[in-house]
Design a protein around this ligand. Structure first.
Ligand code: HEC
Length: 161
């Protein structure tokens, strides 16, 4: 069979054009996602200063001696930076802890009677504002903490299906 060069040329052109178009599409999508995330973390940073910094620290450093229980049995506010254990917890737990407060969030997983100093924000922040604050906190972590926390969240999500 003789190869029809004219058609081959058109096909090559169509393939090249579709590759270029997909690449441009992907770039536009990626920059849109980056912009959206940036807007979310900027809003989250403001909400953090207004609602969380008084206890968890302006620079997410937590309260002094945050590992030592106070006389009422409760713990001080831990840091939200890499030094703390926020990044050891799944998205679901972080969300519940912020929305419901520490004692109610722990009760969900069967731990009752824990005197937690973490207040509930259900009446103060909307669900999407809570997610923005948590996205801001996450944006400050080094890559390996981000990856580890993402993996934990994914594993917990799979297990609860
Ligand atoms: C009145 C002080 C106070 C404020 C304000 C506060 N927290 Fe807390 N938070 C705490 C304390 C104390 C703990 C540790 C409680 C515990 O051991 O259960 C805690 C724990 C947490 C935890 C669990 C962290 C971990 O590693 O176990 C998360 C998540 C959290 N806070 C998020 C927030 C967010 C987000 C805000 C702002 C919207 C906020 N907190 C505002 C006092 C506060």
């Amino acid at each position: 069979m003789k190869l029809n060069l004219r058609y081959a040329k058109y096909i090559a052109l169509a393939v090249t054009a579709s590759i270029i178009l997909s690449a441009v599409g992907l770039l536009i999508f990626a920059s849109y996602e980056t912009k959206k995330h940036l807007a979310q973390t900027t809003a989250g940073s403001k909400l953090y200063s207004q609602n969380c910094a008084s206890c968890h620290g302006v620079n997410l450093e937590g309260q002094p001696n945050w590992r030592e229980r106070k006389s009422d049995g409760s713990l001080p506010a831990p840091p939200h930076n890499e030094d703390g254990h926020t990044w050891h917890h799944s998205d679901q737990l972080l969300f519940d802890y912020t929305k419901l407060g520490g004692s109610a969030a722990l009760a969900l997983s069967g731990v009752t009677g824990f005197n937690s100093g973490m207040p509930a924000f259900a009446e103060v922040l909307s669900d999407s504002e809570i997610i923005s604050v948590l996205e801001f906190i996450k944006s400050t972590w080094p890559e390996r903490a981000k990856i580890s926390q993402q993996e934990r969240s994914k594993a917990e999500e799979e297990a609860s299906k």
